[in-house]
Ligand binder design. Structure first.
Ligand code: ATP
Length: 349
């Protein structure tokens, strides 16, 4: 991944009808990165993408492309293209003409148009489909045409707004891998919007987690999963047990009615914190060997593991285990220091 910043958003404020949607957003996006904006519905992902595309004007703040301020550039003059969830293909044109459309507008030579369209159709695995009407294609194939069309004039950045949202799960998974391959083979920046955390973790170099128009965390998928900044990120990315706790001193935390050794320090004495423990990080042992013990409330087989809900110390814990226990059984639970994630309490919102 290059170190060069290709897009910089500085103090971006957006309001719709007097209501703040982005509140001073700052973000750097690097060249050749696959970046995903991830967050619940309404958190401002699409708005941020539209700011980059030039479809929304910020009330305040600046948008830079390769160091140049581009606030005043209209969308069609920006070196970015967008793929939407609804592919918006031209139904009366065949596959070739749909992809060629933008190049024809630019009055490019026929020979070059042919070369470029062929190159793009090969890239999205649609060679041989040139003459097909777009209505005779599957949803996945239509989305590939939309991607080819958005890439044909060689943008430096491709914006993708939930482009796989209309596809079924299997096709979605195939297309996730395809998109990553296309991005890597072109070596350009992809900025992708989704509310699906698994999709974000699968495809991205960098994930930007958003909530209520604010960035909660920016990091690699592994960082975001293993070192969430707060309980919101922990809960949104994967499954978590989130418990109230108090820091006793450096490397010692109290939660679930007892003290645990942890790897965190630097909190105020008696500071109230959130403790996050992933379901796969709780080891199930015989009751007398556990740090705490609990009663199995339910168990479901999930393929690679069993998902158990265990009542212990006033909480319902989610535990992933490869061993099937029975509802009503008492089990012991062991949590290692490095699996106890301490988070600053989030401000009440
Ligand atoms: N054109 C508009 N006029 C008024 N309000 C809008 C407009 N577009 C978006 N909003 C509001 O701005 C907020 C952020 O919307 P945005 O589409 O950016 O969120 P999102 O994170 O992309 O959500 P989703 O995942 O549902 O698409 C929402 O509360 C939304 O209702």
């Amino acid at each position: 991944m290059g170190d060069n910043i290709i897009i910089c958003l500085k103090d971006i404020v957006v309001e719709y009808d007097g209501e703040r949607v982005l509140e001073g957003l700052n973000l750097n996006i690097h060249d050749k990165e696959f970046v995903t904006f991830l967050g619940p519905s309404g958190c401002g992902k699409t708005t941020t993408l539209r700011i980059i595309g030039g479809f929304v004007d910020p009330l305040k703040g600046d948008v830079y492309f390769e160091g140049k301020r581009i606030n005043d550039l209209p969308p069609y003059k920006r070196p970015v293209n967008t793929v939407f969830q609804r592919y918006a293909l031209f139904p009366h044109l065949n596959v070739f003409e749909n992809v060629a459309f933008g190049l024809r507008l630019q009055k490019m030579e026929e020979k070059i148009i042919k070369e470029r369209v062929q190159e793009m159709l090969a890239l999205v695995n649609l060679k041989g489909y040139e003459k097909r009407g777009v209505n005779q294609l599957s949803g996945g194939q239509q989305q590939r045409v939309a991607i080819a069309r958005a890439l044909v004039n060689h943008p430096k950045v491709l914006l993708l707004d939930e482009p796989l949202g209309a596809l079924d799960l299997k096709l979605r998974k195939d297309m996730q891998i395809e998109l990553k391959r296309i991005q890597q083979s072109l070596g350009i920046t992809f900025i992708y919007v989704t509310h699906d955390q698994e999709e974000a973790l699968t495809m991205s170099d960098t994930v930007v987690v958003m909530k209520d128009g604010d960035i909660q965390q920016i990091g690699t998928p592994v960082d975001i999963y293993n070192e969430p900044n707060n309980a919101f990120v922990a809960d949104f990315i994967g499954e978590s047990n989130i418990l109230d706790g108090v820091m006793c001193k450096d490397f010692l935390v109290e939660f679930a009615g007892r003290e645990f050794v942890c790897v965190d320090k630097g909190f105020k004495p008696k500071e109230r914190i959130d403790v996050v423990v992933r379901p796969e990080d709780i080891k199930v042992v015989p009751p007398i060997q556990g740090h705490i013990s609990g009663i199995v409330e339910s168990i479901i087989f999930k393929g690679v593991h069993y998902e158990m809900i265990v009542r212990a110390c006033g909480y319902d814990w989610m535990i992933h285990s490869t061993v099937a226990e029975k509802p009503g059984d008492t089990i012991g639970m062991v949590i290692n220091p490095e699996d106890i994630h301490i988070m600053k309490k989030m401000e009440e919102s």
